[in-house]
Design a protein around this ligand. Structure first.
Ligand code: HGA
Length: 610
């Protein structure tokens, strides 16, 4: 979500801040700003609504040059995305950027107004600037004043602050929103994600919950939650800064859709023996813990939640383990009854999803057997705080609408299902060997599905003028239909709803007419005949059907029915394969509608606020 970049150096830092913001921008933002302690010793800022390029243009016209600065890309939670609400926020001699939400901002705002502070924005963030300014009246030192300020903040924050009165440092605080310090030679940096700083350093120090940091050109000092002076481990990345480029593709999303055979292959690598899943892929204590598991609770958000829903079908069918799946924002605030010996599984692309992380922290108090994270980022809060981990190897995902992260999560969850079944001896005869063989073939099958790109592009034309669609699936294809509907909503802004096909006649059939395309995924399984009957119900009401069907399903084009044949695949793996045409469909519909495919309106990647 929001991005923070900060720098204290001997050279001009504005270009570094701007480059950092650009590197974070793929996550989708609505405004950006920078504050610099300029060479003529003034604190100045530039803020612009819209993309970072708007800010860049403004800075080209009116450069701000200095050796100390902070910058921010905003995804508004409090107050419209406009210049006045963009960060940095000022109070007297200081500038603040903030990721997160201050929950007690209304009360603080009233107190500060009564003290004479004038608010110029509608944000929750501005209270931090004025409160800090107020504390500085008694506690002259910026770091000491920040320590006193955060004690009064409820909610979540990643904060960076500079002051014209103490221009030798950048101060930062973390609680519920990630921050990392980038270490240079005679210069140091701060960001909400190391990606922002890879152009200037490969050495990082991650702040932990409750940490306060004072960052100077040649030193870094950190205090923990209890005010104790602490050292944090230095992590060095040797892989070189990951390049973000679209290659031959028009959008990152299309590139990422086409990367799926390769990243699924990578996610499988080192995790399969000849005919078994290697259980230790989940961590050294995995086998011992898995043997005790009698129930699985999955918690996630958005696309990751859909992956969890597919896993429920697998865990119960293959491993015979009861499984519940819930969205994190509900789970975290509900009184939960935990079944004995339950494994708590979280799924998140970034590992910083605020609701999922909070759910994990709650779960630790609730008596789960252990926690396991399926995550795409090795150095993330979710991974750090879980007992077991399976890292998906999707690589950096830039398109806000998740694609390759989802399919690699599914692969990870199938490996989990087989591992639990293997350790507990609940898999049917020969099931694991057969599925291991099928998993090895999966990248090639995904490649075949991607070869249907042009066919799907033509089908997309049926949607360009529509306002509503239905997605249907049965069994483990129901969550696939949900994911297909979510993709279409996210990037084409067409209203899309998913239903289990059997539910159609219990209500949604009333919506079906010639203007409501109905998309269905139809692998060749025991539910096929039932699904065909549901599709007849749609046709009988004049609905247009678009069916992605197994080549052996015996379905053909007809009046109002468009059938796209899919390569045959083992039924268990079909949710992974059938996701591909639905991703392509939403992509091509969005392109026809001319939307911002990689950064759809109102959305952001890595949802670090509640
Ligand atoms: N609450 C602040 C920051 C929002 C944020 O962190 N988004 O990811 C605001 O609305 O400006």
């Amino acid at each position: 979500m929001c991005g923070i970049v900060g720098a204290v150096a001997e050279r001009n830092i504005t270009a570094i801040l701007l480059e950092g913001l650009k590197r974070l921008e793929y996550r989708g933002y609505d405004s950006a700003g920078v504050a610099v302690f300029t060479n003529d010793e003034k604190l100045e800022r530039m803020r612009r609504p819209g993309k970072v390029s708007e800010l860049e243009r403004a800075l080209d016209a009116e450069p701000l040059l200095g050796r100390l600065g902070i910058a921010h890309t905003r995804w508004a939670t409090h107050g419209a995305p406009c210049e006045r609400n963009a960060h940095p926020h000022f109070s007297g001699d200081l500038a603040v950027v903030h990721n997160g939400i201050i929950e007690n901002y209304e009360a603080l705002r009233e107190q500060l107004k009564a003290l004479g502070y004038v608010f110029t924005s509608d944000t929750d963030t501005e209270v931090i600037a004025h409160l800090l300014s107020h504390k500085l009246k008694d506690l002259a030192d910026l770091t000491v004043a920040l320590k006193a300020t955060v004690k009064e903040l409820h909610g979540a924050y990643g904060l960076a602050v500079i002051s014209a009165k103490q221009p030798d440092r950048l101060v930062a605080a973390r609680s519920g929103s990630p921050l990392v310090i980038g270490l240079g030679l005679g210069e140091n940096f701060l960001a909400s994600d190391q990606l922002a700083l890879r152009q200037v350093t490969d050495r990082f120090m991650y702040l932990e919950e409750g940490d306060i940091a004072e960052i100077r050109r040649d030193s870094v000092q950190i205090w923990d939650l209890n005010g104790k002076d602490v050292e944090r481990e230095v992590v060095q990345y040797r892989d070189g800064a990951e390049a973000a480029d679209k290659g031959e593709f028009r959008h990152y999303m299309l590139k990422e859709i086409h990367e799926q055979p390769a990243v699924v292959q990578r996610t499988l690598e080192g995790r399969l023996s000849q005919n078994q899943v290697l259980v230790q892929a989940f961590g050294p204590q995995a086998a011992e813990l898995f043997a005790k598991v009698r129930n699985v609770q999955i918690v996630a958000c958005g696309t990751s939640y859909h992956a969890g829903m597919v896993a429920r079908y697998w865990l119960e069918e293959l491993a015979g383990i009861p499984c519940q799946v819930e969205v994190a924002s509900e789970f975290r605030y509900r009184k939960v009854v935990v079944q004995p010996d339950s494994l708590f599984v979280t799924i998140s692309q970034s590992g910083e999803t605020a609701d999922t992380l909070a759910a994990l922290r709650n779960a630790k108090e609730l008596g789960f057997l252990a926690s396991l994270a399926i995550c795409n980022v090795g150095i993330s809060s979710l991974v750090r705080e879980s007992d077991l981990t399976l890292l998906t190897q999707a690589g950096r995902e830039i398109g806000v609408a998740s694609t390759k992260a989802f399919t690699t999560q599914l692969v990870g969850l199938l490996l989990l299902t087989l591992s639990l079944g293997q350790v507990r001896g609940t898999l049917g005869e020969g099931v694991e060997a057969k599925l291991v063989e099928e998993l090895r073939r999966l990248p090639a099958r995904l490649g075949e599905a991607l070869a249907m790109d042009n066919t799907v592009e033509k089908i997309a034309e049926l949607f360009a003028e529509k306002n509503h669609t239905l997605f249907l699936g049965r069994g483990a294809q129901f969550p696939v239909a949900m994911e297909g509907a979510l993709k279409l909503k996210e990037i084409s802004y067409i209203h899309a709803e998913a239903y289990p096909a059997g539910e159609l006649k219990h209500g949604p059939l009333a919506l079906v007419d010639n203007d409501m395309p109905v998309v269905t995924v139809a692998p060749n399984n025991e539910l096929l005949e039932k699904l065909k009957s549901n599709l007849q119900e749609v046709r009988a009401r004049g609905g247009q059907l678009i069916v992605f069907a197994d080549e052996k399903a015996g379905m053909t084009n007809g009046e109002g029915t468009h059938v796209v044949h899919m390569p045959h695949i083992h039924d268990i793996l079909s949710p992974i394969l059938y996701t591909i045409p639905l991703q392509l469909l939403s992509y091509y519909v969005a392109v026809l509608k001319g939307t911002d495919v990689d950064q759809p309106r109102n959305l952001a990647k890595s949802v670090t606020v509640e």
